[in-house]
Write a protein that binds this ligand. Structure first.
Ligand code: NAP
Length: 348
């Protein structure tokens, strides 16, 4: 295996390098990574090992979607499973060990039309020669009008985060995929009754997770039905109205919580009109993680609508870092810049 580069051993989160970099407007990073899920952190591990000093900007959900799950059973290397937040913390520590620097903040604007690329988190501006986008995906909503207003008052997109508040209460879960099944099973720890509402008569979830929910005695299923209204009073959710898509019948069901688990949409608004995307907004990649702009790479759920697994995200994060390294290696020598520890400054 390759030796750890000397700079990775010297840049630690405790060093004052971060301060120097942040306060110097001339700094150009060799690599910036946007997002801190499995793709971003794996890219940071690889980028740190090979060239040193990638800067990773967390985004609004540090650690990504895995911080909202419980046991991750299928990430290789953990025969007993591992909690999502623990897995992400391990990855972060591993990236830190190889010199990755972390900035907490939400990216508000990017300009990929000129080089170096520019990234803003509010007033703060960062420049880089290569960019790895791993901004992931966010839960989809049903567009019923009052879902977002009812966040924290009965509507949730994260059973792991909010399930605890439904002890002894009745909840519904919308969706028929892996997430919906996992959430339904998890919610049985707290809720007195869990009802899954799915728009078809068979589940999309993988057989293992589907069977676990279907055979769980505390979970009921309402098939072929969509949620048409979330009923509320001044305290929050009181129930739902559903419509059976085969019979057209509308039914009301009293409940205290609605967990929406109908999939995700990619977090790509920032890159509209700059990067090529498919009709659903996923960044189009070719030759692994390359985008239509050379030096800009995309990895993880932001470019993958097919597999969307932690391990596949990590795999593409690794590819993006290796491709960014090759891109940097092949950049024409810029005599005006002096680069050290992953950071470039104008000479003189
Ligand atoms: P998903 O697989 O896309 O499933 C979304 C579910 O919501 C589907 O059943 C879909 O119905 C339903 N749905 C979508 N839009 C709807 C709408 N407007 N109204 C009503 N229902 C709607 O999403 P996911 O469950 O979040 O899973 C995403 C990926 O993560 C998958 O690859 C999954 O395998 C993976 N994942 C894995 C694990 C694990 O392995 N432990 C856990 C969670 C997620 P239809 O079935 O009719 O399309």
């Amino acid at each position: 295996s390759r030796p750890v580069p000397w700079c990775a051993l010297h840049i630690t989160p405790q060093s004052n390098l971060m301060e120097i970099m942040m306060t110097n407007p001339d700094v150009i990073y060799e690599t910036i990574i946007l997002g801190s899920g499995p793709a971003g952190l794996t890219a940071a591990i690889y980028a740190g090992r090979s060239r040193c000093g990638p800067l990773l900007i967390h985004g609004i959900q540090p650690g990504g979607q895995l911080t909202t799950t419980t046991a991750v059973d299928n990430f290789p290397g953990f025969p007993e499973g591992i909690d999502g937040p623990d897995l992400m913390e391990n990855m972060r520590r591993q990236a830190e060990r190889f010199g990755a620097q972390f900035v907490e903040g939400e990216v508000t604007r990017v300009d990929l039309q000129e080089r170096p690329f520019r990234i803003w988190t509010g007033e703060e501006m960062y420049r880089c020669l290569s960019l790895i986008i791993t901004t992931g995906a966010s839960p989809k909503l049903l567009d019923l009008g009052n879902e977002e207003a009812l966040y924290g008052r009965g509507v949730s997109v994260c059973a792991t985060c909010d399930g605890f508040f439904y002890r002894g209460r009745e909840v519904v879960v919308v969706g028929g995929g892996d997430t919906a099944m996992e959430e339904a099973v998890f919610l049985t720890r707290f809720a007195s009754k869990v009802t899954v509402i799915h728009r078809r008569d068979s589940l999309r979830a993988t057989p293992f997770l589907a069977d676990r929910a279907l055979t769980h005695k505390a979970i009921n299923f309402i098939w072929d039905s969509v949620l048409t209204e979330i009923l509320e009073d001044s305290a929050g959710v009181t129930g739902i109205r559903t419509r059976n898509l085969k019979s057209g019948n509308e039914t009301e069901l009293a409940c205290d919580g609605v967990f929406i688990a109908i999939g995700h949409r990619p977090n790509t608004e920032l890159f509209l009109n700059q990067l090529e995307m498919d009709d659903d907004g996923y960044i189009l990649t070719r030759n692994a993680t390359e985008t239509n702009i050379s030096g800009v790479f995309a990895a993880g759920d932001v470019q993958d609508h097919q597999f969307r697994q932690a391990v596949t995200a990590a795999g593409t994060g690794c590819m993006a870092a290796i491709q960014a390294e090759r891109f940097l290696d092949n950049l024409p020598y810029d005599s005006t810049l002096s680069c050290k520890k992953g950071i470039c400054m104008p000479k003189g």
